[in-house]
Design a protein around this ligand. Structure first.
Ligand code: NAD
Ligand code: UGA
Length: 462
């Protein structure tokens, strides 16, 4: 059997590497238009940082796992083609800012229709609006001359930073489709390592909608606890204690109750906005407004954090040095898409703070590019004053200590483990007094910091 996967990103790369590792008899070819990304997959420096991924790729690459830019050959040879391309929020036209941009998915469908040979199973791995498979089926049948197709929906539930473990031991694998035979073919592949009771099959539309629903529910829990964090700060309750107290209720459960500076990542916001758009499209205005609040609350949480820094530091951060610890949207990934750090730093830069940013896995170029994009107020380019602000006020450090030297404050924006074990006496000695710590992840030992002399402000604690 031969598999092709279009899209060598955070999902396509790790997912296919796992299939290849677990199914040595299947030949897996991952293709992408981005030649640099493919070159990185073929090198010792993989394009994404994900604990444990190197070993998985090393075991299969060169044996039954190939990465290339030869999309057409890979499709033509394949029995199964996964579509794992990006589906970002539309930035133009109808549904701009909400609907999913399906341009890349449609291009894949047209290319598969043109190039595929014989009978091919096409698998939607990307996260898609419910009923996209209808369009995919129509495109395939309109474009193809002789080839025939089955379309399946097989959304991915891995989280970044834990992708390898999530792929090894998934809570479930979901396969939606119309042809029992096609569903069984895909289920048999996962069956090589996933117990059969964890392989769920549904109709196409339930599968597509379950993915959006899962992300909406997860994000909603984070926004709910973050909403409570504001009330905790106002009343003297402690959000971590509240989370523990409610999380022990087996109906609620302990996961996804960690209050934070706000959720980030490429998917939560995009998928909820997509859900909101779909609900409006079907005339379900109340449902749309209900889910939209999850994003509204998240924006509030990010803004509230930056505002509290300014307010606490005597209502001005202008020219003050603030150490930013962490840029990735969560620990154990180099992904910065929609990271809360980007928005907090934008707001602090507008207040003229001097930012000294450190992240153990994110490159200086990535940090600067993220800031250049978020600081633009006028179209596609930075104004001279915006550029100047970034050039003069943003510095990227190579260690946490370097970032904190001579700082007036530290803001923890990603929960990297290494921040917990620093020598805080040393950090304190190098800072201006009063030395503020704003722990946007509640990961530091606050009483110990207070003993040293820091003034600590945490999420959801008075
Ligand atoms: P990504 O941007 O990292 O990767 C997508 C890749 O597709 C890019 O490398 C791009 O060059 C390539 N591509 C786009 N059009 C192409 C074409 N026509 N031919 C060949 N290559 C093409 O995206 P991602 O994070 O891997 O996400 C992919 C999909 O999976 C999205 O729909 C996302 O919502 C979903 N998803 C992502 C995650 C995650 O953790 N990142 C988890 C679950 C689901
Ligand atoms: C999320 C889902 O967890 C995956 O199941 C899904 O496949 C994926 O989105 C997707 O569709 O892309 P991911 O975004 O990689 O995975 O990471 P999460 O662990 O869900 O974290 C998302 C954001 O929420 C991060 O910024 C994280 O710091 C934040 N978060 C998470 C909290 O603030 N508190 C929590 O309790 C949990």
């Amino acid at each position: 059997m031969k598999i092709c996967c279009i899209g060598a990103g955070y999902v396509g790369g790790p997912t296919m590497a796992m299939i290849a590792m677990k199914c040595p008899e299947i030949s897996v070819h991952v293709v992408d238009l981005n030649a640099d990304r493919i070159a990185a997959w073929n090198s010792s420096e993989l394009p994404i940082y994900e604990p444990g991924l190197d070993a998985v790729v090393q075991e299969a690459r060169g044996r039954n796992l190939t990465f290339s830019t030869d999309v057409e050959t890979a499709i033509a040879e394949a029995d199964i083609v996964f579509i794992s391309v990006n589906t970002p929020t539309k930035t133009y036209g109808i549904g701009a800012g909400r609907a999913a941009n399906l341009e890349f998915v449609e291009k894949c469908a047209r290319q598969i229709g043109r190039v595929a040979q014989g009978h091919t199973i096409v698998v939607e791995k990307s996260t898609l609006p419910v009923r996209t498979a209808e369009a995919v089926k129509r495109i395939l049948s309109s474009v193809a001359t002789e080839a025939t197709f089955d379309v399946l929906s097989n959304p991915e539930f891995l989280a970044e930073g834990t992708a390898v473990n999530d792929l090894l031991n998934p809570d479930r694998v979901l396969i939606g489709g119309e042809s029992a035979e096609a569903i069984q073919t895909l289920a048999d592949i996962y069956g090589n390592w996933v117990p059969s009771e964890r392989i769920l099959t549904t109709n196409l539309w339930s599968s597509e909608l379950s993915k959006l629903t899962a992300n909406a529910f997860l994000a909603q829990r984070v926004s709910s606890i973050n909403a409570m964090s504001a009330l905790c700060e106002a009343t003297g309750a402690d959000v971590d204690e509240v989370a523990k107290a409610i999380g022990t209720d087996s109906r609620i459960g302990p996961k996804f109750l960690k209050a934070s500076v706000g959720f980030g990542g490429s998917c939560f916001q995009k998928d909820i906005l997509n859900l909101v758009y779909l609900c409006s499209h079907f005339g379900l205005q109340e449902v749309a407004e209900y889910w939209e609040q999850v994003v509204v609350m998240n924006d509030y949480q990010k803004r509230r954090f930056a505002e509290s820094i300014v307010k606490t530091m005597f209502n001005t951060v202008s020219s003050k040095r603030i150490a930013i610890w962490g840029w990735a949207f969560k620990k154990d990934t180099n992904d910065t898409r929609e990271s809360a750090a980007i928005y907090v730093c934008r707001d602090l830069l507008r207040e003229r703070a001097q930012l000294h940013i450190y992240d153990p896995r994110v490159s200086k170029a990535r940090i600067l590019e993220d800031l250049e994009i978020v600081m633009r107020t006028n179209g596609d380019s930075l104004s001279n004053s915006e550029r100047e602000l970034i050039e003069k006020n943003v510095h990227v450090a190579t260690t946490s200590y370097e970032a904190a030297e001579e700082a007036h404050a530290i803001a923890v924006l990603t929960e990297w483990d290494e921040f917990k074990t620093l020598d805080f006496d040393r950090v304190y000695q190098g800072m201006h007094q009063p030395a503020f710590v704003f722990d946007g992840r509640n990961i530091l030992n606050h009483s110990k910091l207070a003993q040293i002399g820091f003034e600590v402000h945490a999420i959801g604690k008075k």
